[in-house]
Write a protein that binds this ligand. Structure first.
Ligand code: HMG
Ligand code: MG
Length: 308
């Protein structure tokens, strides 16, 4: 396939960690529920393509996300105790029990910056989400797990509109203080723009949270995901969430569409000479294979570009 011309920019970070969320965020909103064997092959292919971390599934209530109801069966089929970390979403102690029973080492909690989305996604108020997470993280840390924290609706919320930067920083700091190692700032419905990204990162820095504790999680609803990534990269962030083929979206967030496609991200990073360890050609091949199983074309531009 085509590869971009490499023109490094010495003012940018030399290496980026791509945090792959395709098997989890990518598949949680698809109409087609893939057989567990196909999901396991997806995870294996992503690792073979060079992804250094792959979020594989969720221990949420199976009625809430039926697409991921086979979480235990999937973990039994992938090498989640191996060299490549394979985190799993866990909202509460019930989810943690399930994760511990499978010997999972890496989990992620997922909070909301807004009241409405906390209620819709977690059936908890903004305040109650912390009472759910606090014992979950404490026990997970005591068991030696590492815990990541997502914050959703960092840039806007379909029910509440604009979300004040200070509100996001407040929720984010509290999630970090629980004992999580990293915050992933979610643009759940893809409404953010680059200046807003810079302002949010500045506000976190001013509150004592440096860029190396932060990751960005952009959905591409308004076509801004890659531009927003570039703004965060310029700021100094070096962990970016992305989903193979650009699949994804939260079923409880109105109008959420796909995540930033891993291929589109890697194309840009390759062009900038930024190291990721990912083989773009084999990633594209995987997303084409996955699109065949899902019965619809991948939303990624790079996956669909005609080789020249
Ligand atoms: P709830 O109904 O309030 O749960 O749901 P509950 O604590 O009242 O328990 C009710 C029953 O559910 C009990 O069973 C529990 O045992 C069971 P019963 O005693 O009645 O038989 N239960 C569970 N079963 C299995 N696994 C569990 C679990 N927890 C309770 N973990 C809950 C609360 C949090 C469970 C529910 O709201 C839920 O599952 N929410 C998940 C929603 C979700 O997965 N959303 C998508 C992921 S977030 C996302 O995509 C955003 C992100 O990508 C970032 C971004 O883009 O912004 C991360
Ligand atoms: Mg998401």
């Amino acid at each position: 396939m085509n590869l971009p011309m490499v023109v490094p920019d010495p003012t940018l970070p030399s290496r980026v960690l791509v945090y792959e969320v395709g098997p989890r965020d990518g598949l949680q909103n698809e109409q087609t529920v893939l057989p567990v064997e196909v999901k396991a092959e997806l995870v294996t292919r992503l690792v073979a393509a060079g992804l250094k971390i792959v979020e594989v599934t969720s221990f949420v209530h199976p009625r809430w996300v039926p697409q991921l109801a086979d979480a235990e069966a999937l973990l039994a089929r992938v090498d989640h105790r191996g060299a490549t970390p394979m985190p799993v979403l866990v909202p509460n102690e019930r989810g943690l029990d399930r994760a511990l029973a499978e010997g999972v080492r890496h989990i992620a909690i997922f909070g909301s910056a807004t009241e409405t989305f906390a209620r819709r996604n977690l059936n908890r108020s903004l305040e109650e989400q912390f009472s759910m997470f606090e014992p979950t993280v404490a026990r997970a840390r005591a068991e030696g797990m590492d815990v990541r924290a997502y914050v959703s609706m960092c840039f806007g919320d379909p029910w509440e509109g604009r979300v004040p930067v200070d509100q996001v920083v407040d929720v984010g700091r509290r999630l970090l203080e629980l004992g999580t190692y990293q915050l992933s700032l979610g643009d759940t419905t893809g409404v953010g723009t680059p200046g807003h990204v810079t302002a949010l990162l500045d506000a976190f820095n001013a509150a004592g949270v440096a860029d190396d504790r932060l990751a960005m999680h952009f959905h591409d609803t308004y076509g801004q995901a890659l531009t927003n990534t570039y703004a965060a990269l310029r700021h100094g962030v070096t962990t970016f969430d992305a989903s193979a083929g650009g699949l994804g979206g939260c079923p409880y967030a109105e109008s959420a569409t796909g995540n930033l496609a891993t291929e589109d991200l890697v194309w840009m990073l390759d062009g900038l000479g930024i190291e990721t360890g990912i083989d773009l050609a084999s990633l594209v091949e995987t997303s084409r294979w996955l699109a065949g199983h899902l019965g619809r074309p991948s939303p990624s531009r790079v996956v669909n570009a005609r080789p020249q």
